[in-house]
Design a protein around this ligand. Structure first.
Ligand code: UN1
Length: 514
C-alpha cells in the first residue's frame, strides 16, 4: 500500500490542494477509507477558504499564458499527459480499486478512458473549427472563431474519480482553459495521484503553475466559493440531481455557464424479437458492473410479456454466477458499495420496493462473514416492479434492477420515458422497425440510445450526457468541446464603404456616397 502510494508520488498523509506544487491544506482533514475493508489508508488535507482563493488566482494568472500557446501545441502537452497516464495505468488502476472499490478490470478501464480521452483531445486540438458565412454586404467576410473561456471548474463524483475528470479537463486544456478540480471527498487520493502525474509533465515542459489545480475541500471552504467565483466562467459538475440543482442555481445566479451530468435511471427494452443471450449479458453488465454505481447503470429492464418469465429466469441464473468479493482479485465481478451508508440506502430502498408492491426475485442482502464484515458488500438485487411504483422513478445508487412487463412497444416506450431522468437507454431487438421506432423522435428521450448494446460502457468518442433531470450537459467526444470555449462571430469589411445589413439607410454625412 505504502509502496503503491510512493510509486504515485504520494505519502500516507497528503495534501489535496495545489496548483503545481502542494499547499499545506489548512482546511478540513479527510480520512481516505477503502470500501474493501472499511479501513483508512491515507489522510488528505483539504483547502481552507484562503487556499481556494490562492488556487483560483493561480488558475486565472496561468490562463493568461496558457491561452497564448497555440492549440496544437497545447495538444502536444496533452499527448505527453496521455503517455504519462499510460505508464501509470496499473498503479492508478490499483489505487482506484482500493479507494472506491471498483474491480481491477473496470478500474484499469477507467484509466484507459483517460488515455483515450487524451488521444481524442490531441486530435481535437487541430480541429477547433468555426464556420464561415457569406455576408449579404459586398466586400464583407464573416466567420466564427472559438476562444478559450478561462479557468474551468470541474466537480467530479466518486464513481468515476478519474475518467470524468479527463473528459472535462483534457478538452478544457486543449481549448486553452486552465482547470480547477474539486474531486469527490470519497476519491481524493486518486485525484492527488492524477494531478501529480499531470504536474510532472507540465513542469518538464517549463509551463507555469496554475494550469491544472486541485482544490479538495468541503462545501463551505471550496464548493460554494467555486460556484460563486466570477473568475470561473464555466463549472462542469457530475453527481446527484440535488447537487446539480445547487450548482445550477449558484452558477446561473451569476450568469455563469454550467455543464451538468447528473442522475440516470437507465432502461433496456427487451422485445420479443431480441436475442435473449445478448440481452441478458448486457443487462447483467449494465446492472451489476461497478456494483450498480454508474450513472449509466441499467436500473430497469422493460420486457415483453411473452419473454418475461424466461428472461427473468436467465437473469437470476446469471446473477447467481456473479462473484462478489475483494475487487482486487481477478475473479471478482462485483466489489463493495462505496460505504456503509450506501448499503443502508439500498436496504431502505428495498423496504420501499416491498411496501409499494414490488417483489424481490433475487439478492438484495447485506453480506457478512470474513471480508464482508466491512459492511459494504451486498448481493445484487432483481425485483419485479410495476412502472407506476414511485421508487422506480428514483435513482438508488446501488445494484437494484427492476423488471417491468409490457405488451406493446408504444406502451414500453411510455414506461421507458416515464422517469424524470434521461441519460442512457437501450433496446434489444432484431426487428428493424422496433429499433427505428425506439431511435425516432417519438422513441427514447435520453441523451444516449443504443440498439443491442447495453446502457453503460459508452465510448469516449460520442458526446456523453442526458436530458431532463440528467442536466442536459454533454462531455467527452463529438463536438462537446464547444461548451468549453466561447464563440465569436466576426465580420470584416474590405469594401471601403459602410453598407448596413438589412438594407438599412442611416446617412449622417451628406458627402458619404450611398
Ligand atoms: C458515470 O457513471 O458518471 O458509459 C460515467 C459509461 C462510462 C461512464 C460512466 N463510460 O458507463
Amino acid at each position: 500500500m505504502q509502496k503503491l502510494l510512493s510509486r504515485l508520488g504520494l505519502t500516507e498523509t497528503l495534501s489535496g490542494v495545489g496548483s503545481g506544487t502542494w499547499l499545506p491544506g489548512q482546511g478540513c482533514e479527510v480520512a481516505a477509507v477503502s470500501p474493501i475493508n472499511d479501513k483508512p489508508f491515507a489522510t488528505v488535507k483539504c483547502a481552507a477558504a484562503r487556499e481556494y482563493d490562492q488556487i483560483a488566482d493561480q488558475a486565472t494568472e496561468a490562463f493568461l499564458k496558457w491561452r497564448m500557446i497555440p492549440a496544437p501545441k497545447r495538444g502536444e502537452i496533452v499527448r505527453r499527459i496521455g503517455l504519462a497516464l499510460r505508464q501509470a495505468k496499473e498503479d492508478l488502476g490499483a489505487l482506484i480499486s482500493l479507494e472506491v472499490g471498483k474491480i481491477r478490470s473496470e478500474a484499469e478501464g477507467e484509466v484507459q478512458e483517460m488515455i483515450d480521452m487524451a488521444d481524442f483531445a490531441v486530435g481535437q486540438s487541430r480541429m477547433l473549427y468555426g464556420l464561415t458565412m457569406h455576408s449579404e454586404r459586398p466586400g464583407h467576410r464573416m466567420y466564427e472563431q472559438w476562444h478559450p473561456l478561462g479557468p474551468v471548474g470541474v466537480i467530479t463524483a466518486f464513481n468515476f474519480p478519474a475518467a470524468v475528470w479527463s473528459w472535462n479537463a483534457l478538452i478544457a486544456l486543449i481549448a486553452g482553459n486552465t482547470v480547477v478540480w474539486k474531486p469527490s471527498s470519497k476519491a481524493l487520493v486518486t485525484a492527488a495521484a492524477i494531478v501529480n502525474i499531470v504536474w510532472k509533465v507540465l513542469r518538464e515542459n517549463d509551463l507555469p503553475d496554475g494550469i491544472v489545480n486541485l482544490a479538495a475541500g468541503n462545501r463551505n471552504d471550496v464548493g460554494k466559493r467555486l460556484l460563486q467565483d466570477t473568475r470561473i466562467p464555466l463549472v462542469s459538475a457530475t453527481g446527484s440531481v440535488a447537487m446539480g440543482r445547487q450548482v445550477a442555481r449558484s452558477v446561473s445566479e451569476r450568469l455563469g455557464k454550467t455543464i451538468l451530468e447528473l442522475g440516470g435511471n437507465n432502461a433496456v427494452i427487451v422485445t420479443k424479437s431480441a436475442d435473449p443471450d445478448l440481452a441478458v449479458r448486457a443487462i447483467v453488465f449494465g446492472a451489476v458492473g461497478t456494483a450498480g454505481q454508474r450513472c449509466t447503470t441499467t436500473r430497469r429492464a422493460i420486457i415483453h410479456e411473452s419473454v418475461f418469465e424466461a428472461l427473468s429466469r436467465s437473469l437470476i441464473q446469471a446473477y447467481q454466477q456473479v462473484r462478489i468479493g475483494d475487487p482486487r482479485k481477478p475473479e471478482t465481478l462485483m466489489g463493495p458499495l462505496i460505504d456503509k451508508a450506501a448499503v443502508d440506502r439500498m436496504q431502505d430502498a428495498l423496504k420501499v420496493v416491498r411496501n409499494q408492491g414490488g417483489r424481490i426475485l433475487y439478492g438484495g442482502k447485506k453480506l457478512s462473514g470474513e471480508i464482508f464484515d466491512a459492511g459494504t458488500y451486498v448481493s445484487p438485487c432483481i425485483c419485479e416492479a410495476g412502472p407506476q411504483m414511485p421508487i422506480v422513478g428514483e435513482e438508488t445508487f446501488a445494484p437494484i434492477l427492476y423488471l417491468i412487463r409490457y405488451s406493446t412497444l408504444d406502451q414500453a416506450i411510455v414506461i421507458h420515458n416515464s422517469v424524470p431522468q434521461g441519460l442512457s437507454s437501450a433496446i434489444f431487438s432484431n426487428d428493424l422497425l422496433e429499433a427505428e421506432t425506439f431511435l425516432s423522435c417519438a422513441g427514447s428521450d435520453c441523451g444516449i440510445a443504443n440498439v443491442n448494446v447495453g446502457t453503460s460502457g459508452a465510448e469516449i468518442g460520442g458526446a456523453f450526457g442526458g436530458e431532463k433531470q440528467t442536466g442536459g450537459g454533454r462531455e467527452a467526444g463529438s463536438d462537446a468541446w464547444k461548451a468549453y470555449m466561447r464563440r465569436q462571430t466576426c465580420t470584416i469589411n474590405a469594401s471601403g464603404m459602410l453598407p448596413l445589413a438589412q438594407g438599412i439607410r442611416f446617412q449622417v454625412d451628406p458627402q458619404e456616397p450611398t
